[in-house]
Design a protein around this ligand. Sequence first.
Ligand code: SAH
Ligand code: SF4
Length: 377
Amino acid sequence: MTANLLEFDLEGLAVFCEALGEKRFRATQLFRWIHQRGASDFGQMSDLAKSLRDKLTTSAHIRALPVLSEHISADGTIKWLFDVGDGNAVESVFIPEDDRGTLCVSSQAGCAVGCRFCSTGHQGFSRNLSTAEIVAQLWFAEHFLRKHLQTQDRVISNVVMMGMGEPLQNYSALIPALRVMLNDHGYGLSRRRVTVSTSGVVPMIDRLAQDCPVALAVSLHAPTDDLRDPLVPLNRKYPIDELLQSCVRYLEHAPRDFITFEYCMLDGVNDQPAHAQSLIELVQAHARQGLRCKFNLIPFNPFPASGLLRSAPAKVQSFAKMLLEAGIVTTIRKTRGDDIDAACGQLAGDVKDRTRVQERIAQQRSGSVIPIAPVSH
Ligand code: SAH
Ligand code: SF4
């Protein structure tokens, strides 16, 4: 079996080149061809010696994941479903905005954390993605979009590890993937524009601070352990106080001077004024120990098996107002792509209705143009 070069960060690729009897710096040229130019054919790599290209052809390949379907939302959001074998599929979502293009990337097929309000969690855990499978989502999306938009410029300016899976439970594959995103010879994204979102794997938050500090989002969803335990079962292992202490430690290394807390608004569960009040007290208590944070309220995106409902917009507004009046920066996440089940928590990697989906894609594609424009940075 030959190696998929999407598996390697630049250092890994240098080691691979050395093993082929080549100089390490060849890896930089190769890395640029792969990630900056989107090349998958060694024959294209005109500044590499023919002998190296021949060696690569017999020992390596550059391959994206097979695309099972592509959905395009009325708001320009695009969701791809990728085949990762054995009946498993993962999803990536591209979210175009005026000033940026964000790709939401998956880290696992399924998820073992099992949050009550998350459709990936309900599906259970299948397996970790490899580094190549994580990087392939970005490689494919970036070069697909460039081709589609007929631009040489970068289209994806931000990556959020907020797709399927708990990234910090797939740590060894995640770190090289982040390094590919950050490397100037790769995607050259700044650390502030790459976000890892976690349900709170405390020891791995500490390791991330050392190994590859990027922007951190923490899925909090509740102000007390009693409420968070049943919503985010991992809370029983790493309760709120420990989690917030790890956030304070993370801030010493973080590229941003705040942690983003995600809070999914569930009707009647965690959206009452009393919850906002206890959240304010929690944040203020930890602020004295150095916690700096922002809140992002996410209106719950319903899916049939959850048995939960989205909070009314007025409830979300008044919850946000209470936090804001207490001096806590708070935003309400705009729901994007919900008409194609691409919104937060709706990613289930569903391959059951593959035929129907592909028919719909064919219809959407025929004669239609993806309603997005290149973003300027
Ligand atoms: N496992 C990581 C990252 C993936 S989930 C984590 O939990 O942080 C990305 C975000 O979507 C998390 O904040 C998660 O809590 C939120 N989310 C999950 N299901 C949701 C739903 N049904 N509606 C709205 N947000 C949801
Ligand atoms: Fe896993 Fe995150 Fe979904 Fe929880 S919210 S089940 S951690 S993907």
